[in-house]
Design a protein around this ligand. Structure first.
Ligand code: NAD
Ligand code: UGA
Length: 454
């Protein structure tokens, strides 16, 4: 059996590496139109940072895992083709700012139709609006061959991709479960996952349930974060502590403790776009009340980011003009080099608009990426890139912690404090530091939802 995956990104690369590792008899080609990305996958410096990924790629690359830019050849040879391309929010025309831009998906479907010399199983791995499979099937079958389109959304989280892929909570496969042929196609894909995933974790549904489940899962996760972030504002007003509230609330087994960590706001390439897409679908199907319900989750996230940067300005005597501020972390979460929709982008823009000077340290994000995210050019005097958090903090008036990198918890804050301006502030946007200890050292400390601090 041969698999081809179109799209060598954060999902396609790690997912196919794990499939290749678990199925040595299957040849897996990962293809992409971006030749630089393919070259990086074939080098020692992979384009995606994920714990454990480098080692896995080294084990299988060149054996049964291949990265190539020859899309059509790999598609032609494959029995199963995964579509794992980006599905960003549309920025133009009908549905701009809300609907999914399906141009990359459509272009894949056309490549598959062009390259195929027989029928294949085509798998939607990308997150799609409900009923996209219909569109894909129509384009594919214009080739004259019979295709089976399956939906197999990916639930991995960045930073834990390898772990999530090797030991998923579930694998979801949607297909045409009303016909024997359709059920056989679902089983072909299921039998690949069954090599390492227990059968009871492989859920089979119809196509539309599968497509909608992916959007719904992300919406529920984002909603939990917005819910606890809404409560964090109330904690600050009342003297409660959001981490204590989250622990008390989350210990109810009906609620559960995960995804209740109050923060500076959720980021990442998917929550925002998938919520916007869900909202768009609700509006499209004339369900404005349902759309409003989910829009509140998005609005709360924007409010939380804005609230955090406004608090920094307010606390620092309503004036950060010309003040050096150390930014600890720029990635949207720990253990990834991804900055897409990172809350750090909006917060740093707010601070720059107040004329602050920013000194960045992130262990994995490149200087060029930060410049590009902030729309700045090299040599801009308002920003500086540092090799260590100590260097960033030196001479700063404040530390603003935006990513929960483990190393930030282990720093010598006593030493850092001595190199900073006074009063020295710490704004902990992830509530990951020991606030009491920092206050004892002499910092003025602000966390999220900590009504009891500074
Ligand atoms: P990405 O931008 O990292 O990668 C997509 C890749 O597809 C790019 O390298 C791009 O060059 C390539 N591509 C686009 N059109 C192409 C075409 N016609 N032919 C060949 N290559 C093409 O995106 P990603 O983060 O991997 O996300 C992919 C999909 O998976 C999205 O729908 C996303 O919502 C979903 N998803 C992402 C995550 C995540 O953690 N990033 C998790 C679950 C699901
Ligand atoms: C999320 C989902 O968790 C995955 O299941 C899904 O596959 C993926 O989106 C996707 O479709 O792209 P990801 O965005 O990689 O994964 O990372 P998360 O761990 O979900 O974190 C998202 C954001 O929420 C981060 O900014 C994180 O810091 C923040 N977060 C998370 C909180 O603020 N509080 C929490 O309790 C959890």
């Amino acid at each position: 059996m041969r698999i081809c995956c179109i799209g060598a990104g954060y999902v396609g690369g790690p997912t196919m590496t794990v499939i290749a590792r678990k199925c040595p008899d299957i040849r897996v080609d990962v293809v992409d139109v971006n030749r630089e990305r393919i070259a990086a996958w074939n080098s020692d410096s992979l384009p995606v940072f994920e714990p454990g990924l480098d080692e896995l790629v080294k084990e299988v690359r060149g054996k049964n895992l291949f990265f190539t830019a020859d899309v059509e050849y790999s598609v032609e040879k494959a029995d199963i083709v995964f579509i794992s391309v980006n599905t960003p929010t549309k920025t133009y025309g009908y549905g701009a700012g809300s609907a999914s831009d399906l141009s990359f998906v459509e272009s894949c479907a056309r490549s598959i139709a062009r390259a195929s010399k027989d029928g294949k199983i085509v798998v939607e791995k990308s997150t799609m609006p409900v009923r996209t499979a219909e569109v894909i099937k129509t384009i594919l079958e214009s080739s004259g061959y019979k295709f089976h389109v399956l939906s197999n959304p990916e639930f991995l989280a960045e930073g834990t991709a390898v772990r999530d892929l090797e030991n998923p909570d579930r694998v979801l496969i949607g297909g045409d479960d009303a016909t024997e042929e359709g059920r056989a196609a679902i089983e072909t894909l299921a039998s690949i996952y069954a090599r390492w995933v227990p059968r009871e974790k492989i859920i089979k549904t119809n196509l539309w349930s599968s497509e909608l489940s992916k959007l719904t899962a992300n919406a529920f996760l984002a909603q939990r974060i917005s819910s606890i972030n809404a409560i964090s504002a109330l904690c600050e007003a009342t003297g409660a502590d959001v981490d204590q509230v989250a622990a008390a609330v989350g210990s109810d087994s009906r609620i559960g403790s995960k995804f209740l960590k109050s923060s500076v706001g959720y980021g990442g390439s998917c929550f925002q776009k998938d919520l916007l897409n869900l909202i768009y679908l609700c509006e499209h199907f004339n369900l404005p009340k349902v759309a409003d319900y989910w829009r509140a989750v998005v609005d709360m996230n924007a409010f939380q980011k804005r609230r955090f940067s406004a608090d920094i300005v307010e606390r620092m005597f309503k004036n950060i003009s010309g003040k050096r501020i150390a930014i600890f972390g720029f990635a949207f979460k720990e253990n990834t080099n991804d900055t897409r929709e990172s809350p750090a982008i909006d917060i740093c823009r707010d601070l720059l608009s107040e004329c602050a000077r920013l000194a960045f340290y992130d262990p994995k994000v490149s200087d060029g990426q930060i410049l590009s995210d902030l729309g700045l050019s090299e040599g801009d005097g308002r920003v500086e890139f540092c090799k260590s958090p100590y260097e960033a903090a030196e001479n700063s008036h404040a530390i603003v912690l935006l990513t929960h990198w483990d190393e930030f918890r282990k720093l010598d804050y006593e030493k850092i404090r001595k190199t900073m301006q006074t009063p020295a502030w710490i704004f902990d946007g992830r509530n990951c530091l020991d606030h009491r200890l920092l206050a004892e050292i002499g910092f003025l400390v602000r966390g999220i939802g900590k009504g009891n601090l500074a």
